[in-house]
Design a protein around this ligand. Structure first.
Ligand SMILES: [Zn+2]
Length: 336
């Protein structure tokens, strides 16, 4: 469909051009590519330093799985919402550790994970789509730049139903499923929460509009959707487990291959300092704050015990790293 290609810059139809995902490839956690082959009008290709433009896709391997993190852009939100009920001085000190100022807008990235193995191409969350924030909704363009055809995606798995994870499920006209050939897998608890009579009472008051918006999108893809629950295997080696609190039915995914573990966190851990070093602080975005605290503590302990790699949807792009114990709490250690 032509609209899928309209974001391509002129000249990218050349068959000898490397897809963007190859330029910024990460293999086994180490950055290996720093140059790109750029095509010129005369047909020659010359090595040049990597483009100054921020990367929008990175790839790593786990056994037979090829995992690519593709950017959907970023959100804009007041930095204080990372822990609004913590005294300003404490919160600002934690934000400063992550290079943020407490008074400014935070720009958390939105990192969408794509897992390829055999015939399956599995997308985890669908990004924001065109109508949430102007800085987000870049997934289609970045999939295209990485050489990934949306029609090749066989499954879309949702961690939860917030706009930055769900709203991109429909095309730019908000009518048809963007990933036309995919089965859409939604946690049964999450599905039931958004359709429950008192759903609006279960989320922060300024977010009441999220309820009809989530219902409309889930209804639009219902014919292509299946309900899943903790313990279900999406494909051999990839399963989901409960991480409730951020939303009532939030799921994370665990990928196991050749003795290695990788957990796709969704929004169970969202901030590179606060979620790890202060897991009992309460971000404004959590629907059930006490449950989210409990989930974070359990999850952090599991990630350390299993020496898991993690991919965080809102951790600094590409959001790939590990968790270590630090001073009675934890620390996020970015890969590479
Ligand atoms: Zn999110």
């Amino acid at each position: 469909m032509s609209k899928r290609h309209q974001t391509k810059p002129a000249g990218t139809g050349r068959s000898d051009r490397l897809p963007a995902s190859r330029r910024e490839v990460l293999l086994g956690g180490a950055a290996v590519a720093s140059t790109a082959l750029i095509g010129f009008g005369g047909g020659a290709t010359l090595p040049r330093p990597a483009l100054a433009k921020a990367p929008t896709a990175q790839t790593l391997k786990l056994g037979n799985f090829e995992i690519t993190v593709v950017s959907d852009g970023h959100l804009m939100m007041p930095a204080r919402l990372a822990a609004p009920d913590v005294p300003d001085a404490e919160r600002n000190a934690a934000l400063a550790q992550g290079g943020q100022s407490g008074g400014e807008m935070a720009k958390p990235p939105t990192n969408v994970t794509l897992i390829k193995t055999g015939d399956d191409v599995i997308l985890i969350d669908a990004g924001s789509g065109p109508n949430f924030m102007p800085t987000a909704g870049k997934l289609s363009a970045n999939l295209d730049a990485a050489g990934i055809d949306p029609d090749s995606i066989t499954k879309v798995v949702f961690t939860h139903g917030h706009p930055d994870h769900l709203w991109g499920v429909l095309d730019d006209f908000e009518e048809e499923a963007r990933f036309a050939n995919a089965t859409h897998l939604i946690g049964a608890n999450e599905w039931d929460y958004w359709f429950s009579e008192d759903a609006e009472k279960g989320l922060p008051a300024d977010r009441a509009t999220f309820v009809p918006a989530a219902r409309r999108r889930i209804t639009a893809i219902e014919g292509k959707a299946q309900r899943i629950k903790a313990g279900d295997e999406i494909i051999p080696g990839l399963s989901v487990f409960d991480t409730p609190g951020h939303t009532q039915g939030h799921l994370s995914l665990q990928l196991t291959a050749g003795g290695d573990n990788l957990v796709v966190l969704g929004d169970a851990l969202i901030h590179p300092i606060i979620s790890f070093e202060h897991p009992d602080w309460r971000p404004a975005a959590d629907h059930v704050p006490e449950q989210a605290v409990e989930t974070r503590k359990k999850l952090l302990e599991k990630l350390v015990a299993e020496k898991s790699r993690v991919i965080g949807y809102h951790l600094p792009f590409p959001g790939i790293g590990r968790v270590e114990k630090k001073d009675g709490a934890y620390a996020y250690v970015a890969a590479g």
